[in-house]
Design a protein around this ligand. Structure first.
Ligand code: BES
Ligand code: MN
Ligand code: ZN
Length: 481
């Protein structure tokens, strides 16, 4: 995306799509007025019967212009952030494969229009042999003060880049995104200033991560834990810890999943993807906060070396776990990484993200992630941040009765609690591994990480849900002002 000075000749000669803006009371942005004059009043005629905020009219093959079409977007001067982003998203939807020139001389939420456009403009076409070249799909923003607008949009576009990093990871098939490839893409983030360390299997065994290792032991891909650090805050302040489930493919293991829909389990590393994208966004915008991101990367496969239902494994914390169902693997990965995160970093707060249960999709659909917490203050702050970013999040309860569903006959705990309240018993399993005094949030993102139809922010597929909410939470609660 480039920002340029107003230039009516450049508008007239632009081959592609041009966008101009009007307000609900029919007033034209200065550049819309110039396009109106150029087209001998065509914009004025188009908006004769009072446009409504959010409307998009199209002027096809306009006179005296080289453009294929002019999109006339109705946006209030005093619109909300969501409305500004929606206007940007509308432009992304309409432009198809055309180059786009957005003419908006004067608007205080221009940066949000740019963000909405960027987010909805995302494509994952690296495996399409006929993918058009990115060159033809340029976006140019013609504005009053290009440097000023560009500087204001920069932190927002950094967050968008974090979202794209998450989406690319989540969309990637499992034969490409192996645990090794995933770790390599994280190591490459040293280039944006993150400290990145990889813990390999021998180290994980030494640390006693028997639960995590039991999930990956049936796969030829080695299990790994990757630790990313962004220490942009004060030297002595405890970090926020983000922990992500990174199951690069979930077959269910010996408790094999049915064939129908199993291909979707390439997204079972979604929690790790959001942690990675958030760390990238924080680094790109040089956030003044201390944040550590830890991801457990494993593949859940059936084989002669795979964990069996009925096996008992020992977690790093020391709790023994009876594996009733090898398909409830995410919690086995998370419990060890969460324990390690607390032992190593003594975090000020810990947030884990995971595509943990099908049950959360039954409960909340694809609109809201399930939110669980032991601390109202941090939980409310997160819900507020998610709401501000238009990322659905809904709190569900925890409780001893749910935890009791996890009692095992032969071990300290079992990894499933039966059908009732499946998402809550999964959260209660994780709760066991949260240390006294650590404010904690668990986000079950199975329904929101990947969707089958377009959302306000994203084309269908990986959404990057959570990167923007977490980024805002960091900004609101953990950043030095
Ligand atoms: N990765 C799945 C959860 C999931 C389901 C994510 C659908 C995205 C879409 C998880 O590992 C799983 O298999 N959970 C089981 C738990 C059960 C065995 C207690 C489930 O939800 O069925
Ligand atoms: Mn599973
Ligand atoms: Zn899973």
């Amino acid at each position: 995306m480039t920002f340029v000075e107003s230039d009516i000749d450049a508008i007239a000669g632009f081959e592609g799509r041009v966008a101009v803006f009007v307000t609900p009371d029919g007033r034209m942005d200065p550049l819309a007025r110039r396009v109106n004059r150029l087209t001998k009043g065509a914009i004025a005629r188009l908006i004769e019967d009072a446009p409504k905020a959010g409307d998009a009219h199209v002027l096809a093959y306009p006179n005296s212009m080289a453009a294929k079409a002019v999109d006339v977007i109705c946006l209030d001067r005093k619109c909300s952030v969501a409305e500004a982003r929606a206007a940007g998203a509308t432009l992304a939807k309409k432009r198809g494969t055309d180059a786009l020139l957005v003419c908006l001389n004067n608007h205080n939420k221009l940066d949000q229009v740019a963000l909405g456009l960027a987010l909805r403009d995302y494509r994952f076409d690296s495996h399409k042999s006929d993918a058009e070249t990115k060159d033809s799909r340029t976006v140019t923003m013609m504005v009053n003060d290009p440097e000023g607008v560009s500087a204001k949009a920069e932190p927002l576009l950094a967050v968008a880049e974090g979202v794209f990093f998450t989406r690319d990871l989540v969309n990637e098939p499992a034969n490409v995104l192996t645990t090794t490839e995933f770790a390599e893409r994280l190591i490459a983030m040293r280039g944006v200033g993150l400290e990145v360390d990889v813990l390999e299997e021998d180290k994980l065994a030494e640390l006693g991560m028997g639960a995590l290792l039991s999930v990956g032991q049936g796969s030829d891909s080695p299990s790994k834990v990757v630790v990313m650090r962004w220490m942009g805050g004060e030297d002595d302040s405890a970090p926020l810890a983000l922990v992500g489930k990174g199951v690069v493919f979930d077959t269910g293991g010996i408790s094999l999943k049915p064939a129908a829909g199993m291909e979707d389990m390439t997204m079972d590393m979604g929690g790790a993807g959001v942690v990675a994208g958030t760390m990238r966004a924080l680094a790109l915008r040089r956030a003044k906060a201390n944040v550590v991101g830890l991801v457990g990367l494993v593949e859940n496969m059936p084989s002669g070396s795979a964990t069996r239902p009925g096996d008992v494994v020992t977690s790093m914390k020391g709790d023994t776990i009876e594996v009733i169902n090898t398909d409830a693997e995410g919690r086995l990965v998370l419990c060890d990484v969460m324990h390690y995160a607390q032992e190593t970093f003594k975090p000020a707060a810990m947030i884990d993200l995971a595509t943990l249960t099908g049950a959360v999709i039954i409960g909340l659909g694809h609109e809201n992630a399930g939110v669980f917490s032991n601390d109202d203050t941090i939980c409310d702050a997160f819900l507020k941040a998610a709401n501000a970013e238009n990322e659905g999040a809904w709190r569900l309860p925890l409780g001893k009765a749910y935890a009791d569903q996890l009692k095992s006959r032969i071990a300290d705990v079992k990894n499933v609690g039966g059908r009732p309240a499946g998402s809550i018993t999964a959260a209660e399993f994780l709760h066991r591994f949260v240390q006294e005094g650590t404010p904690w949030i668990h986000l079950d993102i199975a329904g929101v990480a990947h969707v089958k139809s377009d959302t306000a922010h994203a084309p269908k597929g990986a959404t990057g849900w959570g990167v923007m909410a977490l980024n805002r939470l960091v900004q609101n609660r953990f950043e030095v002002q």
